[in-house]
Design a protein around this ligand. Sequence first.
Ligand code: FPP
Length: 263
Amino acid sequence: MARPRIQRPDLGGPFPEHVAIIMDGNGRWAERLGWRRVWGHREGAQSVREITTACAEMGVKSLTLYAFSVENWKRPRREVQYLMRLLARYLIEERPTLMSNGIRLSAIGRLDDLPEVAMSALRETERRTAGNDGMQLRLALSYGSRTEIADALRLVAEDARAGVLAPEDVNEETLRRYLYAPMAADPDLVIRTAGELRLSNFLLWQASYAEIFVSHACWPEFRRPQLLEAFADYARRVRKFGGLIQDCPAPAPVRAERRAAEG
Ligand code: FPP
């Protein structure tokens, strides 16, 4: 199926290749309107649709969405059930859109915790989209960064005990191979909605050098204009990765400012 042509707006600087989003504020948004919290999740699923399609159209290579944390199991049973059913429905109904945009879907987290209805929808959507060559959409489900690191360390210890891995070979790169998505590039940009200034146990290893953008919009309100605002902000950032400013590729406006300052 022919995929729509990539249309990337010129924001005057680099574009993030891997975007990761902490989708927060569904409940607050609904309560502000006098609605039940779960209606916020339902509307949040519309934002998932719009943002996923927008990212694919703009040529983002990889999008990771924090859809359900290991801590979220502590929520009231009815809210958890609603979220799991919503997830299963999304995974089924979204297949044509994923296919027409060439999106490959996968998931990270303790996926064995998911109820059968969500798990089977996930596996089937992964299977059907596996051959797509466009954007990688990764859902973080029953995900926690500390759990991910602990799970990785357990596998490292097992391999060390089995003699497959020598303790002196354990370094950043070997540890990365034991994370849930070893081949995934680190996120360039982490977006959090609803104004909170926290990472909430999301991609703590991978986001070490990510740029962070906090939007005051609640997730159901976060649509294309808010996404473009985040990308425009990213285009103005200078990423140093611990190095010095002159060693780094800088966005065009910053390069122009530097040239002007240098005379
Ligand atoms: C945070 O809002 C959001 C979640 C815990 C779940 C995210 C789920 C969705 C966006 C819905 C659908 C997802 C998919 C993949 C179809 P919150 O309830 O914590 O908001 P609050 O902080 O205002 O209470």
